[in-house]
Design a protein around this ligand. Structure first.
Ligand code: NOJ
Length: 565
């Protein structure tokens, strides 16, 4: 077995690209690999050292590539295998690794495994998927799909039902079946041998389902049963991940991050403990669910900062010296953070920088989602037909059928819809993403918010991110220091400390548009003569017993510890 020293990914910063919306090189309105290549220097300038690509495999795009038809081919709209190899190569020349999205909880229904599987009960591929007989014509259980409707689809050819936790064009794979696991391990090697830097694993803690697939509880206001207790962190999840590690991952020096809805800190301690050889880190959803009702994300609740702080504190403590955290505010499934936990009007710049500073000073590997470094905002399309996301469109249809008013549904979409993250990257004042018609409408504010403008302004959000990345590379305390939450019950200030033996850093952030007061006494730092490491206001007044923390202000002070004598 090959062993590696201090993993490189602990000091890395990852940039996520949603290829469809990043940069179009050929004017068809769809982003592509050559588009990404043309922006590598931009990413190099930002300073990231890993790019995670949302799926680029051949796909009918029911769920924009998260429905894979051929794991070994590149999606036509995105380019060719030569383009991909060029991307790996050119990224490498700039010290950047490419991480692929591994979507193996399900495939597309157009994948040849499923085409064969559905054709006959005797097909060699039958057991690659989860088939059950119906219940007197009804689905085998009451589970709802995450994209609305039942999680089961009846298939005429064999008069049986297949499970699809997502859309009916995304049938779930049957990990119980050993030949299927082998196929997956082989395809992982196929990409790793091309020199990729690792995998982000899509809903990887859904792959082991409980045998009996029992009915789930039907929560208040829901049409279907909640199957999640029976497919999240199922009985064989650790066995499967360890097998994947033994057969594939441990033979390569790569990073792995498992997307794991519903995973707790206790689960994460097992998944990310290096001794268990499963994954390096996971994406938790707990902090992203704090502004949702108990049963669905569309039920938008105001953020309670105290809960957010307590939650991040729990994750920081649980994984310190045990496993490893990922740090994120945004991805292709989440609304834009500046519109969500910040303020996308007068305080857009300040609050975007504050959120960046708050997140990037935590322990873990930070992920930046395309456009986050520009402070891109949510969108509001009046017409539902302008939306493209299957989750949003199915939900809209189902809720309209239930008689829920258009405006009420739209307010959920404005706040939480995934297309908020998927509008084209804003490169120039007139867009700059494509010379054609973009596959989804551009946010109207590109005239104000765009990369050209950000690069030309030394005080832009872009340069705050650049500086945060540089600080991480330079100061060990960011990677290794312990974490301590201060003033835990303050409703608007998020203040914490990082510490090593000889240094401590104080991170002060204000999540509100009010000026807040903070007493030095309250925060127990060694002395007041700290050095500003990064901040989002230009001037600072740190003297006196009380500090005034201005609207959305953020700053970081470093102190050398006084040696006890
Ligand atoms: C999680 C992905 O992030 C999301 O975009 C996708 O729709 C589902 N998994 C299904 O693959």
């Amino acid at each position: 077995m090959v062993r590696f020293k201090e993993p490189w990914w602990k000091r890395s910063v990852v940039y996520q690209i949603y290829p469809r919306s990043f940069m179009d090189s050929n004017g068809d309105g769809i982003g592509d690999l050559q588009g990404i290549i043309s922006k590598l220097d931009y990413l190099k300038k930002l300073g990231v050292d890993v790019i995670w690509l949302s799926p680029i495999y051949d796909s009918p795009n029911d769920d924009n590539g998260y429905d894979i038809r051929d794991y070994r081919a590149i999606m036509n709209e995105f380019g060719t295998m030569d383009d991909f190899e060029q991307l790996i190569d050119e990224a490498k020349q700039r010290g950047i690794r490419i991480v692929m999205d591994l979507v193996v909880n399900h495939t597309s229904d157009e994948h040849h495994w499923f085409v064969h599987s559905r054709s006959s009960k005797d097909s060699k591929y039958r057991d690659y998927y989860i088939w059950r007989d119906g219940n007197e014509g009804d689905p085998p259980n009451n589970w709802g799909s995450i994209f609305s409707g039942s999680a089961w689809e009846k298939d005429k050819a064999t008069d049986s039902f297949y499970l699809h936790l997502f859309s009916k064009k995304q049938p779930d794979l049957n990990w119980e079946h050993e030949p299927l696991r082998k196929e997956i391990f082989d395809l992982m090697k196929y990409w790793l041998d091309k020199g990729i830097g690792g995998f982000r694993m899509d809903v990887i803690n859904f792959i082991s389902k409980e045998d009996q697939l029992p009915d789930g509880e039907i929560h208040l206001g829901q049409l279907y049963g909640d199957g999640s207790p029976y497919f999240i962190n199922g009985p064989k999840i650790h066995t499967y991940l360890q097998e994947m590690n033994e057969k594939v991952l441990q033979h390569y020096d790569v990073v792995t991050v498992g997307e794991m809805p519903g995973a707790s800190t206790e689960d994460a301690q097992i998944f990310t403990n290096p001794g268990n050889q499963e994954v390096n880190m996971i994406f938790t959803f707990e902090h992203m669910n704090l502004d949702s009702g108990p049963y669905e994300k569309w039920d938008v609740q105001p953020l309670d900062l105290v809960k957010l702080k307590r939650n991040l504190e729990k994750w920081q403590h649980a994984l310190h010296h045990v496993g490893w955290n990922s740090l994120y505010w945004n991805n292709h499934d989440q609304p834009r953070i500046v519109s969500r936990f910040g303020n996308d009007e007068v305080y857009r710049e300040l609050s975007a920088k504050m959120l960046a500073i708050c997140l990037h000073l935590l322990q873990g590997t930070p992920y930046i989602y395309q456009g986050e470094e520009l402070g891109m905002t949510n969108v509001r399309f009046d017409d539902i037909h302008e939306y493209r996301d299957i989750e949003t469109l199915n939900m809209y249809k189902e809720k309209r059928q239930q008689g829920i008013a258009h405006d009420k549904i739209m307010s959920g979409i404005y706040a939480k819809g995934r297309d908020n993250a998927r509008t084209p990257m804003q490169w120039t004042s007139d867009g700059g993403f494509t010379t054609g018609t973009p596959w989804i409408r551009m946010n109207h504010n590109t005239s104000r918010i765009n990369a050209d403008q950000a690069l030309a302004d030394p005080s832009s959000i872009f340069y705050t991110y650049q500086k945060l990345i540089r600080l991480r590379k330079e100061f060990d305390i960011i990677t290794y220091g312990s974490f301590q939450l201060l003033m835990p019950d303050h409703p608007n200030l998020f203040v914490y400390k990082r510490q090593t033996e000889d240094e401590e850093w104080l991170i002060v952030t204000n999540f509100s548009k009010q000026t807040e007061k903070m007493k030095w006494d309250e925060i127990d730092v060694q002395n007041k003569n700290g050095k500003i490491m990064i901040a989002n206001y230009e001037t600072h007044q740190l003297d006196g017993d009380i500090m005034e923390v201005r609207p959305y202000e953020a700053f970081v002070l470093s102190f050398r510890k006084e040696m006890a004598n």
